[in-house]
Design a protein around this ligand. Structure first.
Ligand code: SF4
Ligand code: SF4
Length: 390
């Protein structure tokens, strides 16, 4: 079996995975914390976690008879600094920030699944009776806990898996197999020390304590998973983030290590990681890390599908992306977007009308405020009416 693990390790390397470890399939130690987390309301509207809660107890719920889990890490863009100079090219364009994992412009599931399939095939070639299943964050599995067991790193105070060499800018993927493979030594130490940079930097105060995330306050949840409107108290904290948020990773010293930067400079275009990919886009539409916002409003549903179907942004759908764009325009106080926001007041979707009313109110423009008052009379939806200034 050791020889087979080495073959899998070699295959993982040539597929572009930065790290691989093997963990035994055991009952989750963190299950009771997951229950507490849900009971505290920290999952927000992500009801699917509670609906299949029991399945998180043991990997058997994902693949019956699982004995071992191969855990793999695939890097994504870990550039040293967030690119800044948008608007210097064309002041009339409005941009919002996007999380680093979207910078490739590709849905990472589409990249990782074929890699996992090839690893599963390798296992079956060696052991034809083996059952194996590759997963990327869609199955009820405590992936970060399993990754620690597989020796890939420790859980940081920002709840993410941290690796001394790679920081935290990577996706985790797993291959579950019903064959016992020799396991790697678990990662038993934590290297956060007295640092609290991530906890201190979160703009929406989403960490009730070290290692605990109130997802219902997290910008990643608010701009991606949540289909509703963020509470008024959280909107300013969303700032310029149009999709996801990286702040608690950007401030982490483990994402600034020279060793990581050396590895980064070696590039992974050859090894198949996600940093090498760039979907071809017009420079005015999208620049690494920034998404042009105003064009979203003129796209039809079909155009949106065509443009974003195979990108990470598809998860929010057009409605979610428009909501995010309106939030960012409001936070940026883009007065040149006022006309566009008034047009949104004719949208059939009350949540878009509601957030547009809020955004117009952020502009501190007296003419716009007067005009808003006249719009109030024709609005009937209570959610939208609640957003009008009193
Ligand atoms: Fe806070 Fe952003 Fe980290 Fe979410 S991703 S916990 S909003 S810093
Ligand atoms: Fe740990 Fe500091 Fe990184 Fe937070 S910022 S995960 S406390 S090392």
């Amino acid at each position: 079996m050791r020889e087979m693990v080495e073959q899998i390790r070699e295959a993982a390397r040539s597929e572009g995975f930065a790290a691989m470890g093997v963990a035994p399939a055991v009952t989750s130690q963190g299950f009771h914390q997951l229950v507490e987390w849900i009971e505290s309301g920290y999952a927000g509207t992500m009801d699917y976690i509670e609906r299949r809660l029991d399945a998180y107890r043991h990997p058997n719920a994902v693949l019956q008879g699982t004995k071992s889990i191969i855990v793999l890490a695939l890097n994504y863009d870990a550039s040293d600094r967030f690119p800044v100079p948008v608007g210097e090219v064309d002041e009339s364009l409005a941009f919002g920030k996007t999380a680093r994992y979207t910078w490739s412009g590709i849905d990472y599931h589409d990249v990782i699944h074929p890699k996992l399939k090839r690893i599963v095939r390798l296992i079956r070639d060696q052991i034809p009776d083996a059952n194996a299943r590759g997963i990327v964050d869609t199955a009820p599995l405590m992936e970060r806990e399993v990754a620690v067991l597989a020796g890939l790193g420790w859980r940081g105070k920002n709840t993410l898996l941290l690796n001394k060499q790679w920081g935290s800018y990577f996706f985790l993927a797993c291959v579950l197999v019903d064959v016992e493979l020799p396991a790697d030594a678990p990662h038993e130490s934590s290297h956060c020390g007295t640092c609290t940079a991530c906890l201190d930097a979160c703009p929406t105060d989403a960490f009730p304590g070290p290692g605990v995330l109130d997802a219902s306050k997290c910008i990643s949840y608010l701009t991606i998973e949540n289909s509703g409107l963020p509470a008024p108290s959280l909107r300013a904290g969303i700032g310029e983030w149009a999709f996801g948020c990286d702040i608690c990773q950007e401030v982490c010293p483990w994402n600034r290590r020279p060793s990581r930067q050396q590895n980064e400079s070696s590039g992974d275009r050859e090894t198949g990681g996600l940093r090498g990919h760039r979907e071809s886009q017009s420079d005015s539409e999208s620049r690494d890390g920034w998404l042009e916002l105003t064009s979203l409003f003129t796209m039809t549903d079909d155009e949106f599908r065509e443009r974003f179907r195979r990108t990470p942004f598809w998860r929010s759908r057009r409605r979610g992306m428009l909501r995010n764009a309106i939030l960012v325009l409001g936070n940026q106080k883009r007065r040149d977007a006022i006309e566009l926001l008034f047009e949104v007041l004719n949208d059939p979707d009350p949540s878009l009308r509601a957030i547009a009313v809020w955004a117009i109110g952020q502009m501190q423009d007296s003419a716009a405020m007067e005009r808003l008052k006249t719009c109030r009379g024709s609005e009937t939806d209570p959610v939208v009416l609640a957003e009008f200034p009193q």
